[in-house]
Ligand binder design. Structure first.
Ligand code: UD1
Length: 339
């Protein structure tokens, strides 16, 4: 099958391209390299022995996107990752987030509609649930008022897709990710944060390697066993594999409707201190960290009910927290050797 992966040089995108190529699919990447690097394409080839087709342009450019789809009307499916994802940045420049994340989606849906390309996998987030009333979170849990423009673009995108699917006869699977971490076993691809990381795991590994002096643990007064916040961390390779399953599900028409939603997590919640302990165990280092005030906008705890995804997709996250931290650490070490 011929699959377009937008944002295919990014963190989750690159791991997904590897899994698609490993399954024998032909992959076309579009990325503007706004938060990723061109060498990732070579790394993907090094891992898989196969080279994805790569196009560098901005999907908010309608004319260029239209021309691309017209020239690629033989695509069997689209996996759409390309988007801005920094919560804090979206608070300070919301219009940049709405323009980028929504314009690009509109252009993609238009291109699909105009060229008879039916199948879309959309990269969504557990952020659409806010702080859920009940844990674990099911796909049927209510979508709460967004806490950030970033989260709001994910909610609006899901809505837009739902109506586009109805009107134009498209199909979509929206995957709501919990917290993706870790890196490919080869240590050839992984997360490449621009500047100071916002997310926990790259901050931990950068502190471990000495790029950062100390990690701040945001809050120890949450209503959790050790007082620090709890998330459902999932290995990025497990997550990538779920995308291949989702594409196959649509193409082989075994889904339960034209717009489906799945939670992608492990179903286990770990606290910030548990993540730090796992890092210390796999790296043999003592991490320099201190406890500070809560980060504004953070929720206390969230983890997924994965039973629906496990049953319907016949997919299950397999990798342990230690494995997530071990691969994240190997990737950080490989990056520092490259410099
Ligand atoms: C964040 C976003 C979420 C987005 C996800 C992936 C918010 C509120 N949510 O999730 O919408 O989909 O990233 O990009 O920003 N922590 C520390 N010290 C740090 C960094 C994080 O203690 O230096 C803690 C946080 O307080 C949190 C946990 O680690 O409890 C995970 O944080 P992070 O990796 O930023 O992910 P989320 O906040 O869950």
């Amino acid at each position: 099958m011929k699959i377009l992966v937008t944002g295919g040089t990014g963190y989750i995108g690159s791991h997904t391209v590897v899994e698609l190529l490993n399954k024998g699919h032909h992959v076309v990447i579009i990325d503007n390299l706004s938060n990723s690097q061109a060498f990732v394409v070579e790394r993907i080839e090094e891992i898989t022995g196969r080279k994805p087709e790569f196009h560098r342009f901005d999907l908010t450019d309608k004319a260029v996107t239209d021309a691309f789809f017209a020239a690629h009307h033989d695509l069997d499916g689209v996996i759409h990752f390309a988007a801005f994802k920094a919560v804090g940045e979206s608070m300070t420049d919301p219009l940049m987030y709405y323009r980028n994340n929504l314009d690009s989606l509109i252009n993609i849906l238009q291109g699909m509609k105009d060229n008879g390309i039916k199948n879309l996998v959309f990269s969504s987030s557990c952020t659409v649930y806010g702080q859920p009333d009940k844990l674990p979170v099911k796909e049927t849990s209510p979508v709460k008022e967004a806490w950030s423009p970033y989260g709001n673009t994910k909610q609006m995108s899901e809505q837009m897709i739902k109506f586009a699917v109805q009107a134009y006869g498209l199909k979509c699977i929206a995957l709501r990710y919990f917290n993706p971490i870790g890196a490919h076993d080869s240590a050839l691809i992984g997360e490449l944060p621009l500047g100071e990381p916002n997310n926990l795991v790259p901050y931990i590994t950068q502190t471990g390697i000495g790029i950062r002096k100390s990690l701040q643990v945001f809050g120890s007064d949450y209503n959790t066993p050790d007082g620090t916040a709890i998330r459902d961390y999932i290995h990025v390779v497990d997550l990538a594999k779920a995308h291949v399953v989702a594409v196959d599900r649509m193409i082989s028409e075994v889904g339960k409707g034209d717009f489906e939603i799945f939670n992608l997590g492990t179903g286990n919640g770990y606290s910030v201190l548990e993540v730090i302990k796992s890092f210390e165990k796999v790296s043999g280092l003592k991490l320099n960290y201190r406890i500070v005030a809560r980060r504004p906008g953070d929720i206390e705890k969230v983890w997924a009910d994965t039973s629906y995804a496990n049953k319907e997709l016949k997919w299950k996250a397999e990798k342990s927290l230690d494995e997530m931290m071990r691969t994240a650490w190997n990737w950080e070490k490989a990056l520092s050797e490259k410099k």
